[in-house]
Design a protein around this ligand. Structure first.
Ligand code: PA5
Length: 434
């Protein structure tokens, strides 16, 4: 189980405060699992994890094998919930430089359609020059502007390079089972499709083909990810404060009620940044409504201690932190000798890098707590595919419980439409003139 340690929040909260929330947390968890709350038509993610190799999972593996064999590059088109999960998974398990040195057999994976930058588009075109590539279009609606523009352009490039018939074999659509523009395009063109269940919203979709196909192309076994999530589905169903889901949801809620309006979700792993981005969307879009919600921010330690550290230590006291820790990998690095010792590091000679990292973590924790910042820690254990599945499910469940505790609908995002309306009006989209 993921260990959630709340011993570093007690300066700000007390055990009776926590115990007093028990009835509310129980009710929030029950509302979620029994589907009696707001947004209950979007609860399909609760039951996605499986240990069985379903037909869909077999098709994912088969498609991934074909893509790996015939492509130097796999381009994943999508934005928001149709983008962050797969990128988070790949970067967390394989690092931010995972593409370097890759090609046919183990393709590079690039993401497109997650913005409107011409520079990013030009860069992608340069990276695709002379390369064999395949494309996954991920969109529940098929009409989201950013991915739709990228889709149009990449389809044109594929058809020009391979001809319409062969291009078809390199296009995979991940979308709603029956409705939406992408479903219609895929049906008309005869592309292979995978389903985002109608009752699973974007930010809860990482354990569908949205996350699983790109992971499989990256060489991550989707069955291992699902096994970890299936474990989580069973283990985190516990109805008591022995459940780390309860602890995380209850403590962040209490801290919020005590004026802590910002949560910094951090790890000491550079590969965690996109995972933090996935978490940021999950909690931000789920809770930020009706004038309420904790503002979610992700950071990378120790790097950001040299930028945000000052603010965390001595700035406005409206933040709390959630520090995520992993066990060190088997292969260790050791600080070497230097006869001159000009850098003064000889006192660390022979020590492992993870030992230094652990002291940095403990030192940071103590400093921030002393500075009046409550810190929740999450000990994840070893980082692998199963753990990744467990983390995704654990955080989704925590988020659902937390949002019902806060009293908001966890599964809508009405605010996201506002920028779109203005943009459509400025672009002259028919129907948005007024
Ligand atoms: O969480 C969400 O629902 C959003 O972030 C969507 O995933 C995002 O807007 C993309 O939508 P679509 O998949 O329809 O292109």
């Amino acid at each position: 189980m993921i260990q959630v340690d709340i011993s570093h929040v007690w300066g700000q909260l007390s055990l009776p405060d926590l115990l007093a929330t028990e009835k509310d947390v129980f009710a929030a968890h029950k509302t979620l699992t029994e589907g009696t709350g707001l947004g209950n038509d979007f609860l399909g993610w609760l039951k996605l994890p499986t240990r069985e190799e379903t037909q869909e999972l077999r098709r994912i593996r088969a498609a991934a094998q074909r893509i790996r064999a015939n492509s130097d590059v796999f381009v994943v088109i999508g934005i928001g919930g149709s983008y962050l999960g797969p990128r988070a998974a790949i970067e967390l398990l394989q690092g931010v430089n995972h593409n370097i040195g890759k090609g046919k057999g183990d393709p590079q994976i690039f993401f497109a359609g997650n913005g409107l930058s011409t520079r990013a588009w030009n860069e992608l075109c340069r990276l695709l020059e002379g390369k064999d590539f395949s494309v996954a279009i991920i969109s529940k609606s098929g009409t989201t502007t950013e991915p739709a523009i990228a889709t149009r352009a990449l389809l044109g490039m594929l058809e020009q390079k391979y001809g319409v018939a062969d291009a078809k074999e390199r296009i995979f659509a991940i979308t709603d089972p029956t409705k939406g523009a992408l479903r219609q395009m895929a049906t008309e063109a005869g592309w292979e499709t995978f389903v985002i269940p109608a009752n699973v919203g974007g930010r809860y979709s990482v354990l569908t083909p949205v996350g699983l196909l790109p992971m499989a192309v990256a060489g991550i076994d989707p069955m291992e990810v699902m096994a970890g999530a299936a474990d989580a589905m069973e283990r985190y169903d516990l109805r008591s404060f022995e459940n780390p889901v309860w602890l995380y949801a209850a403590i962040r809620n209490l801290l919020y009620r005590n004026g802590k309006a910002i949560e910094l979700f951090e790890s000491f792993e550079p590969g965690f940044r996109m995972f933090g981005g996935w978490w940021q969307q999950l909690f931000g879009e789920t809770e930020g409504k009706d004038g309420k919600g904790i503002f979610p921010v992700t950071a990378e330690l120790t790097a950001d201690l040299h930028s945000l550290g000052q603010m965390i230590q001595q700035g406005q006291r409206n933040i709390f932190e959630t520090m995520v820790r992993f066990d060190p990998p088997e292969k260790r690095a050791v600080v070497g000798p230097d006869a001159k010792n000009l850098d003064g590091l000889n006192y660390l000679e022979g020590k492992t890098l993870d030992f230094v990292d652990e002291q940095a973590f403990q030192g940071t924790l103590a400093a921030h707590v002393d500075g009046g910042v409550p810190v929740i820690t999450m000990q994840m254990g070893q980082l692998n595919s199963e753990k990744l599945g467990e983390m995704f499910y654990f955080l989704e469940l925590s988020c659902g419980v937390s949002a019902y505790l806060l009293g908001v609908n966890p599964f809508n995002q009405p605010g996201v439409e506002f920028y779109k309306r203005n943009m459509f009006k400025l672009l002259g989209k028919p129907g948005y003139e007024a």
